[in-house]
Write a protein that binds this ligand. Structure first.
Ligand SMILES: Nc1nc2c(c(=O)[nH]1)N[C@H]1C(S)=C(S)[C@@H](COP(=O)(O)OP(=O)(O)OC[C@H]3O[C@@H](n4cnc5c(N)ncnc54)[C@H](O)[C@@H]3O)O[C@H]1N2
Ligand code: MOO
Ligand SMILES: [Mg+2]
Length: 428
């Protein structure tokens, strides 16, 4: 008799995985030029003002504003030009009454000056003599020291993805080496005697192994380091040995395939043979209901479905938050928000459905449009998906135009705990 499994709700399953200890975040330092896409392992605090000196935001003339008092169209005020500076050069002496310094954008405001007149507003009567036809106030056209940020300000918290703007800040504050989270090593093993390598021609009854490469990309999207450990035929001894060896090499291990109740579905036996503690082997979701997770000698082992869409969803819901947590992200789960459903789902389903979809804009609203065949075995519905639409299980279907919860796949800010009030109803 086939084993009868008891499905648990998605929120319970995610909680069970997150409750497993280990995989705590660790840091290393890497060169700034390699830091894009990594995750900061320390807060980035300004150790000096930015800008660190008052500077000119324009090409023009630095003056003492008080000297321009009363200037107008009919009564221009003249200044004597006593020198010229470009960015990077500091004017060497105090500027006195009636004097001006020709100054370029980015140059430090000379001592004594407190305003800049743009070149376009100046009549250059000669190289040494300029005149202006309006008065300026102290502070006009000056980028003040500390106006961008002040020394001591916490600019970017630990656990932030290093984007181009963060790279700019790291450079600004002199980070030759950047403290980042060590990328968790994620082992990936594909199982199934039907699997061909990508370079092999199709044969009757066989398919190419797409899940392993898909998951490697999913690992990379989150910031982990995928370790592709090949594919195995449906042979229990070979699988047990491979899983056991792999666990020595990686932080977290994923297999795809063999998670169901079929004759060659060995995930339950692998866990048993290695003395693992199964957390669950059925989740009230579709696709991905057969997702099986176990703790084997303190390490997390994810037995994801062989069906591509189920494998994809299982990764995003259960593996992703573990990797995010070990990368210092303080909100490790998929970001949840709302959109309009772009297609009818008239058939009720007892399990919560996670539909792969793209987010499109339609007259100012975000519409989540499901792509490809909505079946667990579909590989085409994953490409281009930037959201998962969550359709709670229950007795009714859903219609296009309804508001639905969606989970953003390309986002890196995440949610603290997005699972309340989504999986309220399910049946076993
Ligand atoms: N009697 C039952 N049969 C099935 C049940 C069930 O509850 N009772 N559950 C179904 C559900 S739901 C799913 S999902 C699948 C899960 O299957 P497995 O995890 O055991 O995976 P396999 O049997 O090895 O393969 C399923 C399917 O996926 C293809 N596959 C496998 N590996 C890959 C890969 N690396 N790349 C691309 N495609 C892959 C494989 O060829 C199969 O077509 O079980 C249902 N059955
Ligand atoms: O585990 Mo399955 O993906 O629900 O079709
Ligand atoms: Mg199977």
């Amino acid at each position: 008799m086939v084993e009868k499994r008891k499905p648990i709700p998605v929120d319970e399953a995610v909680r069970a995985v997150m409750n497993v200890g280990g995989n705590e975040a660790k840091k290393e330092t890497i060169p700034l030029a390699n830091s894009y896409g990594r995750v900061l392992a320390e807060d980035l605090v300004a150790d000096h003002d930015v800008p660190s000196f008052d500077r000119s935001p324009y090409d023009g003339f630095a003056i003492r504003a008080e000297d321009s008092a009363g200037a107008n169209r009919n009564r221009p005020v003249h200044f004597r030009v006593i020198g010229e500076i470009g960015a990077g050069t500091v004017f060497p002496r105090e500027v006195n009454a009636g004097e001006a310094v020709r100054i370029m954008t980015g140059a430090q405001i000379p001592n004594g000056c407190d305003a800049v007149v743009m070149l376009e507003l100046v009549d250059e009567d000669s190289e040494e003599d300029i005149s202006i036809k309006r008065a300026f106030s102290s502070g006009d056209n000056i980028s003040f020291q500390g106006e961008d940020t002040e020394k001591g300000a916490k600019l970017v918290p630990k656990g932030t993805l290093v984007d181009p703007g963060v790279v700019a800040l790291l450079a600004t504050f002199g980070y030759v080496e950047v403290p980042v989270a060590i990328r968790p090593r994620v082992g990936i093993i594909a199982t199934g005697s039907e699997l061909l390598d990508v370079h092999e021609p199709l044969e009757p009854g066989k398919i190419r192994n797409s899940n392993a490469y898909m998951m490697a990309a999913q690992v990379e999207r989150v910031g982990g380091e995928p370790v592709l450990l090949g594919k195995l035929p449906d042979d229990l001894n070979a699988c047990v040995e491979a899983v056991s060896n792999a666990l020595q090499e990686v932080d977290v291990l994923i297999t795809t395939g063999g998670a169901s109740v079929g004759d060659y579905d060995y995930v339950p036996d692998i866990i048993e043979r290695l003395g693992g503690n199964p957390l669950f082997n059925k989740v009230a979701m579709r696709p991905g209901s057969v997702t099986t997770v176990a703790e084997i000698n303190g390490q997390l082992f994810f037995g994801l479905s062989g069906n591509p869409s189920a494998c994809f969803v299982g990764f995003e819901l259960f593996v992703r938050p573990i990797l995010c947590r070990s990368l210092f992200f303080d909100k490790p789960h998929l970001k949840r928000t709302k959109a309009t459903l772009g297609k009818d789902y008239p058939k009720p389903n007892p399990f919560t459905r996670f539909v792969r979809a793209t987010l499109e804009e339609d007259e100012g609203r975000f519409v989540a449009k499901p792509g490809g065949l909505d079946k667990s075995g579909s590989v085409t519905s994953i490409a281009g998906a930037d959201v998962l639409i969550a359709l709670p299980g229950g007795s009714r279907g859903y219609e296009a135009g309804m508001g639905v919860d969606i989970f953003l796949l390309e986002d890196h800010k995440g949610s603290e705990w997005p699972w309340d009030n989504i999986v309220a109803s399910y049946k076993s």
